[in-house]
Design a protein around this ligand. Structure first.
Ligand SMILES: Nc1ncnc2c1ncn2[C@@H]1O[C@H](COP(=O)(O)OP(=O)(O)OP(=O)(O)O)[C@@H](O)[C@H]1O
Ligand code: NI
Length: 350
């Protein structure tokens, strides 16, 4: 099957603070030659320790990185390289074809607008774009023909609002809200955190995006809410055409939802495989260490810490923490090699 999204050799660096000794600005390469693809309707999880570059990858796809970042490589989506699109072209895709679930429901929802109003926002933004030229013409005609037509236009606006609201109601109904019109009149502060989280998912998927990016959607949620979120994402997987890039520290969550998992370490992908092979037969020593650090597997911490991204070690980036390292691992940088549907960046595996 064709890839929906194809990330090739993605590099992202940031101009950092001035180094005291060398009196020059240090550059931090947060993402280093990252390549992966997501197929239609597939859920790909991105996992790895904090600071390894997961969010930077997500923001590069959404083109939401700050101006001081330098991005290289290609991100192909629908036959176009997203990195070459103008801001205007990108704005047309955002929220419509590629959407993102923001992490914190209480920050992402505006307290002073009703749920219904906020859920209709993507419809308003993307509906207006298409109508812009036509609207301008209408505006001109109104000036020429007087107020009668203006009244008609107001009616049109009302009709559009009604259409938007019935679309919001349909989406909420699909998400299991039996009485959507009632909830649409609610304000975020009237609802529980779990419910607001579901509204955020509804907002992100209002226009049936082909790709949804969920960056740590379960972070900071209590157990019940994580369970609700999981049900919601499963429902989305089953009932829609949306592919998901799922970024999460919660490996149990990843195991239950992902079709494939990419493991990142210090800005690189070190392993890509299906969840059951990953959990039953992890190959890369880092993946093994990551699994051993899970509470149910004995909570064994990974010795040492991630290398600074401004000066990563020579050879394999994991070698200073690897219990199996050999001389070669310290001297040469391993490639990501594929075999039997798995890919691993290690001289000692495969
Ligand atoms: N705007 C920025 N300027 C400089 N460095 C940045 C910037 N944004 C991210 N970084 C650096 O890039 C690296 C990767 O950050 P990123 O947020 O992608 O990590 P992450 O894997 O998402 O971690 P977490 O699991 O904690 O969310 C970090 O070392 C971070 O300091
Ligand atoms: Ni992150």
């Amino acid at each position: 099957m064709n890839a929906l999204l194809e990330v090739k050799d993605l590099n992202v660096s940031f101009q950092g603070n001035e180094n005291e000794k060398r009196k020059e600005k240090e550059s931090v390469t947060a993402v280093f030659y990252v390549s992966f693809s997501i197929r239609e309707k597939e859920t790909l999880a991105l996992v790895g320790e904090t600071g390894c570059g997961k969010s930077v990858v997500a923001h590069a796809i959404m083109r939401l990185l700050p101006p001081e970042s330098r991005v290289k490589g290609t991100i192909e989506f629908g036959g176009k390289n997203l990195l070459e699109l103008s801001e205007k072209e990108m704005a047309k895709l955002r929220g419509k074809e590629i959407s993102i679930i923001f992490q914190n429901p209480s920050l992402a929802l505006n307290p002073v607008y009703s749920i219904g109003h906020q859920l209709a926002e993507p419809l308003r933004i993307h509906g207006q774009e298409k109508r812009k030229g036509k609207e301008w013409k209408e505006e001109k005609e109104i000036k020429e023909k007087g107020w009668k037509e203006k009244e008609e236009k107001n009616e049109k606006g009302l009709k559009m609002r009604k259409n938007n609201f019935s679309k919001v109601a349909r989406v909420l109904k699909r998400m299991g809200f039996s009485n959507p019109h009632e909830y649409m009149g609610y304000y975020p502060s009237w609802c529980s955190g779990g419910m607001n989280q579901r509204f955020l998912i509804a907002a992100s998927t209002m226009l049936d995006p082909v790709l949804l990016i969920a960056d740590e959607p379960s972070k900071g949620l209590d157990r019940n809410r994580v369970a609700e979120l999981e049900i919601e994402l499963k429902r989305l997987k089953e009932k829609s055409e949306t592919a998901i890039l799922l970024i999460s520290h919660d490996l149990g969550f990843v195991r239950r939802l992902a079709d494939r998992v990419a493991v990142m370490y210090a800005g690189e992908i070190v392993e890509i495989t299906d969840p059951s092979s990953l959990f039953e037969r992890p190959l890369h020593p880092y993946t093994r260490a990551l699994l051993n650090s899970l509470p149910e597997r004995g909570f064994v911490p990974i010795p040492g810490s991630s290398p600074p991204l401004s000066s990563p070690p020579e050879g394999c980036r994991f070698h200073p923490r690897c219990p199996f390292k050999e001389k070669l691992c310290m001297q040469e940088h391993p490639e990501l090699k594929e075999s039997n549907g798995r890919a691993v960046r290690c001289f000692l595996c495969l």
